[in-house]
Structure formats: structure tokens, C-alpha cells
Write a protein that binds this ligand. Structure first.
Ligand SMILES: [Zn+2]
Length: 271
């Protein structure tokens, strides 16, 4: 058995994998109180289910398995003291890798390059090139913190970053309502808003840099996008020679699944 843990900005999810199927064990709030006892909770699951390896995806900046910063988890200090081997990976990387593995196993095996964008509390971006996560020196794909315009304060401490305009936390600040509601009811012309435009332009620029087979949107907000609108708006900024496919990946557990795939390869395949 392998355990996948998805530590997001708002909630933490535990998923069990028995080499055939996935099962969500529990979901808790990503409060500091819960994060303080995270190791104990995981170690208890390890014992109960005879877990051999753990994959952890976290909404944070990870270099060489070391957590550098968690802009969207308050305080965010996490000390892991686990009884079995584990890998720690950026959650958007887990997302992209999970999507890649799930698509590659279907009849879409010609897909090699994926850009995965998660829009939840924050924005995540994972890049899979030739079936492998592209990390650069560790932090590649920090799309959330590219400078777009203005001086708006960002969760990371910077100013004018994409996430300070378009993300769960910044959109909620802007619209004073849950983002899912804003999207569904197209409040104040959500899809015509400056914020959405900034987001689409940023994604279009990224698509033209990477030229991926697919661009996949996920996360609690991203999976609820209107696909047709996103596709059309992206097309208006991407040169016509690019024919990137757009997918909305509707799967709440895919970050944990990606972390499980990574743990399986990194830890169990060496046995
Ligand atoms: Zn930032």
C-alpha cells in the first residue's frame, strides 16, 4: 500500500493506493493545529494499513525535497517525522504528473508534454516534458509569482504577481463572494474581468514557450471553469499555428494520486 497526501492551502487529503485502486481516507483542514500533528496522523495510517511508501504533494516551493516556502499555508511550518520512506513534491507538479499518468494509461499515449495549471487557494503550475516533471533547479513553473502588472500585494510577499489578481484568495478579496458562485453566476462579468484576462494572457504566454500537447486545468476553481470560454479566450492570444488541446481535469484526488505515482517510482521501484 502507498499513501498519498495532498497538503493544499485550505485542506489536506489522504488517499490510499493498493496498486489497483485509489481510496480517499480522510480530508482535514490545513490549519496549523492539524499540520502540527500531521506526522502522528500519517504514522497512524501507516501502521493501520501497512503502508510501504508515502507521496506528499504540498502547496509550497520545494527544492531537492526540502520545503522552502508555503505562501498559501498560514505559518506553514511542517516538521515531518515519518516511519516509512516518503517523497515531498510541489502539489502542482504532482497534479501534472498525476494527469500525465492517468492520460497516458488511457488511449492518449501520444501525450508527452503537459502543462498543468491548478487554480485553488493559489495558482500552481506543473510542467511534464517527455513524461518527466521539469523542475529546473527545483522551482520551475512558479507561474503564480510572475510579475504581470501593478503593485498589488501577493501572498509570497512580492507585488503585482499573477496570483495577486487571479487565485482563490485574491478573487474572493475582489468579488467578496465564494469564487465558485462568482463563476457560475458570471458575477460582474467574471470571464470579461480584467483579472481573468490577466490570467488567460499569462497562460497563453506559457503555452507559446512550452508548446505542450495539452494544457490541463484543475484545482477546486480550475476544474469548474467554462471550458469553451477558456479555450476561446486562450485562442485569441495564442498564435494560430499552436494547436494545444485544453482539458479540464475533474478529479479532486489527482494531486494525491500524482504523489503516489512519484512515491511508487522513487521508493518502491528500487526494491
Ligand atoms: Zn507572489
Amino acid at each position: 500500500m502507498i499513501l498519498g497526501v495532498d497538503i493544499g492551502g485550505t485542506k489536506t487529503m489522504f488517499v490510499l493506493y493498493d496498486h489497483e485502486s485509489f481510496k480517499v481516507l480522510d480530508t482535514i483542514r490545513s490549519s496549523q493545529e492539524n499540520l502540527n500533528i500531521l506526522s502522528d496522523k500519517i504514522n497512524k495510517i501507516v501502521e493501520s494499513y501497512n503502508i510501504k511508501a508515502i507521496g506528499i504533494g504540498i502547496a509550497g516551493w520545494v527544492r531537492n525535497g526540502i520545503l522552502l516556502k508555503t505562501p498559501n499555508i498560514k505559518d506553514g511550518s511542517i516538521r515531518l517525522n515519518l516511519t516509512v520512506p516518503y517523497i515531498l513534491e510541489n502539489d502542482a507538479n504532482c497534479f501534472a504528473y498525476g494527469v500525465y499518468n492517468i492520460l497516458a494509461k488511457k488511449d492518449e499515449s501520444n501525450i508527452r508534454n503537459i502543462v498543468g495549471i491548478t487554480v485553488g487557494t493559489g495558482i500552481g503550475c506543473g510542467i511534464v516534458i517527455d513524461g518527466k516533471i521539469y523542475r529546473g533547479k527545483g522551482l520551475a513553473g512558479e507561474l503564480a509569482h510572475i510579475t504581470v502588472e501593478g503593485e498589488k500585494n501577493c501572498s509570497c510577499g512580492g507585488k503585482g504577481h499573477l496570483e495577486s489578481y487571479f487565485s482563490g484568495w485574491s478573487l474572493e478579496e475582489r468579488f467578496k463572494k465564494p469564487v465558485k458562485e462568482v463563476m457560475e453566476e458570471n458575477i460582474e462579468g467574471f470571464y470579461e474581468s480584467r483579472e481573468f484576462d490577466i490570467f488567460v494572457k499569462s497562460i497563453a504566454n506559457l503555452v507559446m514557450i512550452i508548446d505542450p500537447d495539452v494544457i490541463v486545468f484543475g484545482g477546486s476553481i480550475g476544474m469548474r471553469f467554462n471550458k469553451k470560454i477558456v479555450e476561446e479566450r486562450l485562442k485569441s492570444y495564442i498564435l494560430p499555428e499552436f494547436d494545444t488541446k485544453v482539458i479540464l481535469f475533474i478529479d479532486e484526488d489527482v494531486v494525491a494520486k500524482g504523489a503516489i505515482f512519484l512515491a511508487k517510482e522513487a521508493i518502491l521501484s528500487s526494491d
